[in-house]
Design a protein around this ligand. Structure first.
Ligand SMILES: CC(C)(COP(=O)(O)OP(=O)(O)OC[C@H]1O[C@@H](n2cnc3c(N)ncnc32)[C@H](O)[C@@H]1OP(=O)(O)O)[C@@H](O)C(=O)NCCC(=O)NCCS
Length: 211
């Protein structure tokens, strides 16, 4: 499908989570024009989020990822677990979540993990995945997060600055099936150098099958 898009970000992003409309993308796809809106997800988005991941991920993975996405909506963590949805023409077409991680040897360390990320295949390659990642990282930075981790395809995540080097001193809670997919990006200037550490995740991510 031929795509052309014209992205226009609102430069000022409301500081308060209750203000739902936080960014938009003016996107032209064939003859349709969608206004893409990114907002915080609520429990009412459960079915839509599940549908997105069931379609985005291949069979065999999709049920597990959808379950993770739904469970993350109910995490009551400090700092907060953030779920964002992208709506195109009022329909939820993408979702991403950022949940906090801790490390065993530094109580001041503020980290989070980006997972999962999925876009409805009918809306892929139009910049929506990038919008969700970039907006989410801006939000994490504003919340004082030092590092964002991700376990995914380096070809995709390197475009945002994620690298395996930044993650190499942080051990995952479970053995990784694809170690090259473990990446991180430092968001703030905080000193995140130090000895190697093991990260601890929220309950929803404590499933070895996800790693
Ligand atoms: C990966 C995904 C989130 C990207 O969303 P998207 O809205 O299509 O992404 P964007 O439009 O912002 O970026 C598209 C670009 O990413 C590239 N891309 C998409 N998936 C990629 C992948 N797995 N590896 C490398 N590049 C990828 C596309 O080729 C395209 O490149 P181009 O801009 O040079 O043409 C989406 O393809 C998806 O949901 N995939 C299935 C689920 C998944 O793999 N999630 C991530 C798991 S960690």
């Amino acid at each position: 499908m031929a795509l052309a898009f014209n992205m226009a970000w609102k430069t000022t992003i409301p500081a308060y989570p209750q203000v739902q409309r936080i960014a938009w993308l003016y996107l032209k796809m064939s003859d349709s024009i969608w206004y893409v809106n990114i907002r915080l997800a609520t429990n009412e988005d459960r079915d839509d989020i599940q549908r997105v991941h069931m379609r985005a991920f291949p069979e065999g993975e999709n049920a597990l990822v959808s379950k993770l996405a739904i469970e993350l909506l109910s995490e009551t963590t400090t700092p907060q677990t953030i779920s964002l949805v992208a709506e195109a023409g009022g329909v939820v077409v993408g979702h991403v979540a950022f949940s906090p991680v801790k490390i065993d040897n530094d109580e001041r360390f503020q980290g989070c993990i980006l997972a999962p990320l999925g876009i409805n295949p009918d809306y892929q390659r139009a910049g929506i995945g990038s919008m969700l990642v970039e907006y989410g990282m801006q939000k994490m930075s504003g919340m004082g997060v030092d590092m964002v981790f991700v376990y995914g395809d380096p070809e995709y995540y390197s475009r945002f600055g994620f690298s395996a080097d930044a993650a190499c001193q942080y051990a995952t809670p479970y053995k990784l099936q694809y170690p090259f997919g473990w990446q991180a990006i430092a968001l703030n200037e905080a000193d995140v150098e130090g000895s190697s550490a093991v990260i601890t995740c929220v309950n929803s991510l404590c499933d070895p099958e996800l790693w």
